[in-house]
Design a protein around this ligand. Structure first.
Ligand code: DP6
Length: 354
């Protein structure tokens, strides 16, 4: 605990990875709560590093925030972050009267079309939670620390709740995982994961770098009153249960079926919402078909998943890395924007750098 006259100031830095959902979160209710449980694995190459200089000004004053993104002022991001911090300040009372100088940078180009809200809010939530633990004299980075960081991250962006852990994580209550919750994500412990799945690769093929026409938050809102909403939420719950079973039993065939079914269902929801929209590009479809025929022809356990955009995530076990990378280079890169791709895979989770 801090002494009375001790200055409450300092700085810290957190690195947090992005994640790729295999069972998708699509549709929310209440205060950033999911309509169905989702399951993802955390990446490594795609990450955000966030630094915060904090200093207590006046306990009676509000919180003030300066925000730099990649070294430059960014009004739109600064407003979102300020509003977010305002919305969570009651959960971290030590923030009252603080001036926060936040600076953030991504490992991947901002224009790559890769979602950054998961790693961005993951890193920010971890850093804010860390200020709380330091100033309340706890400084213990235990299960509770990460659970509370996950809950804070969720309030910024749902998928961010899953980024604060390494490996496979589940966000949303599901009967297959007794300790799961809608409030925060949990890590799937090692007993749930067969050795064939402990090391997954994700090669992210950048089909288009342009901004999405419909942002995820608007897409979630279109699930309200969607004709297929209830069926979709049930399908996701069922898929998650079966995927957990497949991960435990090393069932690669089932893993592939569910992962691709989820990607297709997500985009089917967009195509059948009112108004409807299409985020996939012709090149996305070609790549999807090519992955399926390559898998069939050579019996390589590779599959695709897709987030809310046109880019294709090629998912496969590490032991098939050179085989799949040869295939990507010789047959798929020609369909990518400027042949761009990100060589990513399952990582070690977030890290405190300072
Ligand atoms: C398709 O987490 O970006 O990537 O909570 O509104 O910030 P907000 O949405 P966001 O939605 C991600 C949707 C998805 C699927 C997933 O990651 O589960």
């Amino acid at each position: 605990m801090l002494q009375k006259n001790q200055i409450e100031k300092g700085n810290l830095q957190w690195k947090c990875p992005s994640n790729i959902a295999l069972v998708k979160y699509w549709g929310k209710q209440g205060k950033q709560l999911p309509s169905n449980a989702s399951l993802s694995f955390s990446l490594t190459a795609a990450h955000t590093i966030t630094s915060i200089d904090y200093e207590k000004k006046d306990k009676t004053a509000g919180i003030s925030v300066d925000f730099l993104f990649e070294g430059k002022k960014n009004e739109a991001f600064a407003r979102r972050i300020f509003n977010y911090i305002q919305s969570i300040k009651d959960r971290i009372p030590v923030l009252n009267g603080m001036h926060l100088r936040i600076s953030s940078r991504n490992s991947f180009p901002h224009s790559s079309g890769i979602a950054s809200s998961a790693s961005a809010f993951g890193a920010l939530a971890l850093a804010l939670k860390d200020i709380d633990t330091i100033l309340t004299g706890k400084e213990v980075y235990d299960e509770n620390f990460y659970r509370e960081a996950s809950e804070l991250a969720r309030l910024g962006s749902g998928s961010a709740s899953r980024s604060v852990y390494p490996g496979f994580t589940v966000w949303g209550k599901h009967e297959a995982i007794a300790y799961s919750s809608d409030q925060y994500a949990v890590q799937l412990n090692q007993d749930y994961i067969h050795r064939d799945f402990v090391s997954q690769k994700d090669s992210i093929l950048i089909v288009s770098r342009s901004e999405k026409d419909v942002k995820s938050t608007a897409g979630h809102a279109l699930m309200q009153g969607h004709t297929f909403a209830q069926t979709r939420f049930r399908q996701a719950q069922k898929n998650l249960g079966e995927l957990v079973h497949a991960l435990k039993n090393g069932d690669r065939g089932k893993f592939i079926d569910i992962t691709e079914n989820e990607a297709m269902s997500l985009h089917a929801m967009m195509m059948t919402s009112n108004p409807s929209y299409i985020l996939l590009k012709p090149e996305s479809l070609i790549i999807m078909e090519k992955i399926r025929s390559f898998r069939k022809q050579y019996a390589v356990p590779v599959c695709f998943t897709i987030d809310a955009g046109p880019n294709i995530h090629v998912v496969y076990p590490e032991d098939f890395e050179s085989r799949v990378k040869d295939f990507i280079q010789s047959e798929l890169l020609v369909y990518c924007d400027a042949k761009q791709w990100i060589d990513d895979g399952m990582g070690k989770g977030p890290e405190k750098l300072k």
